[in-house]
Each structure stands twice: as C-alpha cells, then as structure tokens.
Design a protein around this ligand. Structure first.
Ligand code: COA
Length: 163
C-alpha cells in the first residue's frame, strides 16, 4: 500500500493545488491531504472551511486510478504526522525556481528527521506556475476576476469573505 501525504495551508485551495492532487493520485493508493492550521500565516479561511473547499472537488477516479483521498487537519511536525499515518511519501508541488530553495531546505530537514520518508516533487503544469493563494486573495479583495484560478465553489466562498 503506497500512501502519500500532500501538506499545505490551502488558504484557499487553487487550481494549481488540484492539478498536483489529481496527478499525485496516480502515484499512490491513498493520498492524505494534510491541511495545516498555520496560524503564523493568519489564514482568511478557518480550517473547516479550507477542508470543505478541498472536499468539494471531485478527483477523477476510475479502475486505472482507484486512489483513495482523505482529508485531515495537520498540527505539529509534518514528519510525525506522516509516520503516524503510516505514509511513505510527502508530495510537494514546485512552481518556479524560487520555490526550490525553500522546498530543498524543508525536504532536507525532513529527511534528516526521518530518513525513510521520501519527498516527491511534482512540477506545476503549464498555466499554474504563477498561481498562489496570496495573489488570488489580493486580486479578489481588489475586485479582480479570479475564476480561472479557482473552482466556482471556492470563488463564491472568497466573494462572500470580501463582501
Ligand atoms: N499551485 C498553486 N499554488 C501553490 C502550489 C501549487 N501547486 N504549491 C504551493 N502553492 C502556494 C500556496 O498557495 C502558498 O501560497 P501563499 O503563500 O500565497 O498562501 C505557497 O505556495 C506555499 O504554501 P503551502 O503549499 O501551503 O506551504 P507552506 O509553505 O504554507 O507550508 C506546510 C505548509 C504544512 C508544508 C508546512 O507549514 C509544514 O510542514 N508545517 C508543519 C510543521 C513542520 O513540520 N515544520 C518543519 C518543516 S522543516
């Protein structure tokens, strides 16, 4: 049983995150989306709201992709969460060279903390390289259209926040 953990703050989840989730689901039998409380980032959405937005997306599943997707809150050390959930992989998305240095440091630290857990990086698909939750919130707050970056459900949730 190959089990992966895709951690993030997901404030809110974007099409870029869904792209990684869909592609990661082809690599493992079970994918745990670990949603970090992350008070340091002062999230716009509560943990429950962020999980609701993630759950609203239907991952394309078939006989050739029977991956089970599970959503869980993440607190404490990521590596402890991964071990507690008997996963072997951490999945992270890489959008641009600028992501690399930070991700390299985190992956190296996690490897030092537990050498049996592997971090797997997926390159963002074309069109998602510049998408970030912070940019989307800023565009929405200033009245811009964010429909190409998030699902209609997420878009409506953001609009309500900024009304
Ligand atoms: N598409 C679109 N956006 C993406 C993306 C993708 N594929 N991948 C990342 N992003 C964006 C996110 O939207 C986010 O944007 P924002 O900063 O504007 O909100 C940014 O990239 C990175 O955020 P995220 O992926 O949520 O990661 P993070 O840096 O907030 O870290 C954890 C989240 C959970 C991985 C990290 O905080 C963690 O490991 N916490 C546990 C504590 C721990 O173990 N610490 C020790 C680590 S050494």
């Amino acid at each position: 049983m190959r089990r992966g953990v895709y951690p993030g703050t997901f404030d809110p989840v974007t099409c870029g995150h869904f792209d990684i989730i869909d592609r990661a689901s082809l690599l493992v039998d079970e994918l745990i989306i670990a949603v970090a409380e992350n008070p340091g980032k002062a999230p716009l959405f509560s943990l429950a709201e962020r999980i609701e937005m993630l759950e609203n997306h239907s991952i394309p599943r078939s006989h050739s992709n029977p991956c089970k997707i599970i959503f869980k809150p993440l607190d404490g050390l990521l590596i402890d969460f991964v071990k507690r959930n008997h996963a072997q992989f951490i999945i992270r998305g890489l959008r641009a060279v600028s992501d690399f240095e930070y991700e390299f440091q985190v992956a190296s630290m996690n490897r030092r903390l537990s050498s049996e857990i592997e971090t797997v990086f997926l390159m963002s698909s074309e069109g998602h390289h510049f998408v970030s939750s912070r940019f989307i919130k800023e565009v929405a707050r200033l009245g811009g259209n964010i429909d190409q970056f998030v699902t209609p459900f997420v878009s409506s949730k953001i609009s309500k926040k900024y009304k």
